[in-house]
Ligand binder design. Structure first.
Ligand code: IPM
Ligand code: MG
Length: 362
């Protein structure tokens, strides 16, 4: 197949990890006879520097016309002054909203080879396989913000329709898994959470009788995520709770650098980005972990290009590379770490055994 993929390297380690992911996608295209056209555009801090805008119109247009978007990371100290008139993160939020990507999928499947890197006891981690579905275009991130001499406010608002569509997406995904959905809220305090809970109950009751729904308050969820992570299948939650819980969940996998994400709307087009940030402290040194970006590329193959077999093949190749000890510095002990490019090369080498074209096509 032919696919147009927009690449938004962004800031910090973004360019390094997206280059690794593009190399893997190119290798997949070569092996399986696809043609992927990659077009790079600016977003975030670099876009502020070059165009005075964290999401230039040309970038948004290119994304709207693409089959999928692969993003690195945005932000950095250069653009973070408290009184900065415009911030790199605004570009990312405007992109998510501009493309209507309301469902952010963040799968967490700790790999046996990296369990030792997690601060959580290994016996709690074996068999963990959860999927956080974070609402991405509503809530406190997008509500009106005010600031005056005495104080400041951020409005948190959710419409029924916004809750319904993300709960539906979570339930649909749960049907391909263990059919168990945990909806996370703060219904003992927040009105938006009470609406969230009621709406989730109704949608599941009316449309997904085969899915089991449980509710969990976000504070206790933060605890249970670490004390019994195996108990969860699909977790659906509002924007900010999802942001916080997925950084926490990354510790189950061993490193922030390992986790991918897919942001989806109603169509096939999606935005794929590792959940880590721009890591300015290690940027430009070729040592960033590319696995989160590479696994995001696998999600791109699965959700936007509908190349499920190729997606599985990238995921297997990443597993094989990790089994063989292809670790960046966040995972390896001193002196044993590989660089970003070497880990990407190990994944590309592993593609040969991870997937056989005949098997893919059967
Ligand atoms: C994430 C990030 C972003 C978010 C920032 C960079 C705006 O933390 O994707 O999790 O808060 O959504
Ligand atoms: Mg975050």
């Amino acid at each position: 197949m032919h696919a147009d993929i927009v690449v938004l390297p962004g800031d910090g380690i973004g360019p390094e990890v997206t280059a690794a992911a593009v190399a893997v996608l190119q290798a997949v295209a070569d092996r399986h006879g696809h043609r992927f056209a990659f077009a790079e555009h600016d977003i975030g801090g670099i876009a502020i520097d070059r165009h005075g805008d964290p999401l230039p119109a040309a970038t948004l247009d290119a994304c709207r016309n693409a089959d999928a978007v692969l993003l690195g990371a945005v932000g950095g100290p250069k653009w973070s002054a408290p009184n900065a008139p415009v911030r790199p993160e605004q570009g990312l939020l405007a992109l998510r909203r501009g493309l209507g990507l309301y469902a952010n999928l963040r799968p967490v499947q700790p790999h046996p080879a990296t369990l030792g890197a997690s601060p959580i006891k290994p016996h709690l981690l074996a068999g963990v396989d959860l999927l956080v579905v974070r609402e991405l275009t509503g809530g406190i991130y997008f509500g009106d913000k005010t600031r005056d001499a005495e104080g400041a406010s951020d409005l948190c608002r959710y419409s029924v329709a916004e809750i319904e569509r993300v709960v539906r997406r979570a339930c649909t995904l749960a049907r391909g898994r263990r059919r168990h959905v945990t909806s996370v809220d703060k219904a003992n305090v927040l009105e938006t959470s009470r609406l969230w809970r009621e709406t989730a109950e109704r949608v599941v009751g009316e449309e997904f009788p085969d899915v089991t729904l449980e509710h969990q308050l976000v504070d206790s969820m933060a605890m249970h995520l670490l004390s019994r992570p195996r108990a969860y299948d699909v977790i659906v939650t509002e924007n900010m709770f999802g942001d916080i819980l997925t950084d926490e969940a990354s510790m189950l996998a061993g490193s922030m650098g390992l986790l991918p994400s897919a942001s989806l709307g109603d169509g096939d087009r999606g935005l794929y980005e590792p959940i880590h940030g721009s890591a300015p402290d290690i940027a430009g040194r070729g040592i960033a972990n590319p696995v989160g970006a590479i696994l995001s590329a696998a999600l791109l193959l699965r959700h936007s290009l509908r190349l499920e077999a190729e997606a599985v093949c990238v995921e297997r190749a990443v597993g094989a590379a990790l089994d063989a000890g292809a670790f960046t510095a966040d995972l390896a002990g001193d002196g044993r770490a590989l660089g970003t490019e070497a880990v990407a090369a190990a994944v590309i080498d592993a593609l040969a055994t991870a997937c056989h074209v005949s098997e893919l096509r059967d």
